[in-house]
Design a protein around this ligand. Structure first.
Ligand SMILES: Nc1nc2c(ncn2[C@@H]2O[C@H](COP(=O)(O)OP(=O)(O)OP(=O)(O)O)[C@@H](O)[C@H]2O)c(=O)[nH]1
Ligand SMILES: [Mg+2]
Length: 343
């Protein structure tokens, strides 16, 4: 399942902008009609103006419905984030209403065109066209709250992280300030992307590296897995539950340096809580900031430093091995989704 690239969703126009665009385009139609007879010419002109305005409104609205992903097609993680950010019910209802508006506009255009065919006088053609314009405006007025909602939702959703669920993903967790983001930067090829969770004001980092043509994604969890679970609200729990299914491996960082804000005991407690919560996921625990550690903490197996690079390449290898994504189990078996002739 590919990720939603929210940044590619185009701007949502204001209702008045849609109308302006529609009526502007429609106002060019009369010049395109050639008929020496005024009666027939006006009839054709009015018919085409109504059709053209309706087309612009209809296409604009349906394009949104089309370009905004259907929630059912998204990963649980994406759904949980969208729910927390803007609300899944609102999301569904809003797109439903916008689709309804597009249908109404098409219906009004059809009715008006049939009416113009029946009418027998020039003033009647003009009136029918004006009447249709009024109805278009009133439909857009009616769904104006939904259109504005969509515009605001776009701005919020553009901040969410995009994860490709077809590629392996490493979830990086640990207490605040232990060096999660620094490690992601150290392991990343290129600058990590910055995104946001709807639950916290902290920025999260998304990094990746390639190995044997697979892209290993790394995602930060600031504010998500760094407090006792009892302090969580239901929407955060939902995201955490979804996170469980997202990562292929959980990388937990422990900071045993003097300056760390959370005590060793608290970090151990957090670790056991996260371990219990994510019991289905393989987990790797590492001690961070080895360059400023006074002594090797008891039980510490892996020490890493994002600053000097100590242990980071070994960690990368271990992550790849743990995920086992590049293991070919049976070299004669075709990968899943491989196009086959007999299908
Ligand atoms: N000496 C040293 N400092 C580090 C290392 N990794 C991170 N730091 C420092 O520790 C601080 C916190 O690092 P971050 O990477 O922002 O930690 P974080 O876990 O992402 O923090 P939050 O996102 O706020 O939870 C920063 O001042 C970093 O410069 C390291 O390996 N060695
Ligand atoms: Mg961070």
């Amino acid at each position: 399942m590919a990720s939603v690239d929210w940044r590619r969703i185009p701007t949502v126009l204001y209702p008045q902008e849609i109308l302006d665009k529609a009526f502007r385009k429609a106002s060019k139609q009369p010049d395109l009609v050639e008929d020496p007879d005024k009666y027939h010419r006006t009839r054709k002109q009015m018919d085409r103006m109504v059709q053209s305005a309706a087309d612009v409104i209809d296409k604009t609205l349906l394009k949104w419905v089309d370009q905004w992903p259907s929630l059912n097609a998204l990963s649980e993680f994406d759904q949980a984030l969208i729910d927390a950010a803007v609300g899944n019910d609102e999301y569904r209802k809003t797109l439903g209403t916008i689709q309804w508006a597009a249908e109404q506009v098409r219906k009004i255009a059809g009715e008006t065109q049939r009416k113009i065919l029946r009418l027998r006088n020039i003033e009647g053609f003009h009136q029918a066209r004006r009447h249709a314009y009024g109805r278009f405006s009133s439909i857009l007025d009616q769904v104006s709250p939904q259109i504005l909602w969509l515009g605001e939702a776009r701005n919020v959703l553009r901040m969410l992280p995009s994860l490709d669920s077809d590629e392996p993903c490493i979830v990086v967790a640990g207490a605040p300030n232990v060096g999660k983001s620094a490690l992601i930067t150290a392991l990343s090829s290129g600058e990590p992307e910055v995104a946001a969770y709807p639950f916290t004001t902290k920025q999260l980092h998304l990094g990746h590296f390639e190995h044997r043509r697979r892209v290993y994604q790394m995602v930060d969890t600031p504010g998500l897995l760094d407090r006792p679970m009892t302090e969580r609200n239901p929407i955060e729990m939902q995201a955490i539950a979804a996170l469980e299914h997202t990562g292929d491996v959980l990388l937990f960082l422990v900071d045993s340096t003097e300056g760390c804000s959370m005590s060793q005991q608290e970090q151990t407690h957090l670790l056991s809580e996260v371990r219990e919560l994510m019991s289905e996921r393989p987990m790797i625990v590492v001690h961070s900031k080895s360059d400023i550690l006074d002594s090797v903490p008891e039980g510490a197996e892996t020490l890493i430093s994002a600053v000097t690079g100590e242990g980071t390449e070994e960690l990368r290898t271990r992550l790849i091995e743990t995920i086992g994504a590049d293991e070919i189990l049976n070299p004669l078996e075709l990968p899943e989704n491989w196009p086959r002739r007999d299908e």
